[in-house]
Write a protein that binds this ligand. Structure first.
Ligand code: AKG
Length: 218
């Protein structure tokens, strides 16, 4: 009887989400949306998160952010040559290059925003500034799973959730980028197939190519 104490009864595990089928539905319903599971491996994931956490976070929004390449002005919804920070750091440059080589972006990204979401934090539904950034926008998820909600710009009743797993990529181009808003509800859990999933800290890297109008180049 005493020996039983050496064996711990495994904690019941929360059900693991099975998102692929539903994301396949979303990918069919939203032209220009692509979801790539396991784009990076766990070591690359952990290495990236370590690099990110070595950098300075800005906390002028409700969530912490880091801007690379160009600073983006959320209030004015603009980015111009004066907002150039410089080249992407090496650890982001190689990833931008890989996204281009893997044909997820038609050009090498020159702007990256890193968002950190603690449980309870989100991002309001939006379409990324169209005059600021070229067509394809790619976001890589680290840390927690979460649900990103897509809402059709012409028919707000059309809402489609997409499950974003850590190490996955979501690619927005064409209609997915211009005709669907995307956002993450500010809450501590997500619901999927009738089950609730608690969120952990999530960090995302969003890659964009800035549009610089010629009259703005010094
Ligand atoms: O967290 C994400 O995956 C998306 C971030 C985003 O939509 C943005 O920075 O505009």
């Amino acid at each position: 009887m005493e020996q039983l104490t050496f064996f711990s009864v495994p904690e019941p595990q929360p059900p693991k989400p099975q998102p692929s089928r539903k994301n396949n539905d979303a990918v069919t319903a939203i032209p220009g949306l692509h979801y790539i599971k396991d784009y990076i491996n766990q070591d690359q994931h952990d290495w990236l998160l370590d690099r990110i956490d070595e950098q300075q976070w800005l906390d002028d929004l409700k969530r912490r952010v880091q801007h690379y390449g160009f600073k983006y002005d959320y209030k004015a919804r603009k980015v111009n040559h004066d907002m150039r920070i410089g080249e992407l750091p090496e650890w982001l440059k190689s990833l931008s290059q890989k996204l281009y080589e893997d044909k997820h972006m038609p050009e090498v990204a020159d702007q990256v925003i890193i968002n950190e979401y603690q449980p309870g934090q989100g991002i309001s539904s939006h379409i990324d500034c169209e005059p600021c950034f070229k067509d394809t926008i790619v976001s890589l998820s680290l840390g927690s799973d979460c649900v990103m909600n897509f809402t059709n710009k012409f028919d707000k009743a059309k809402k489609i959730p997409v499950w974003l797993a850590p190490r996955s990529l979501v690619v927005l181009s064409g209609k997915a980028r211009r005709e669907w808003l995307h956002g993450i509800a500010a809450r501590k859990w997500d619901e999927w197939d009738g089950e609730k999933y608690e969120r952990q800290r999530r960090v995302s890297l969003t890659f964009r190519k800035v549009i610089i109008r010629h009259n703005e180049v010094p």
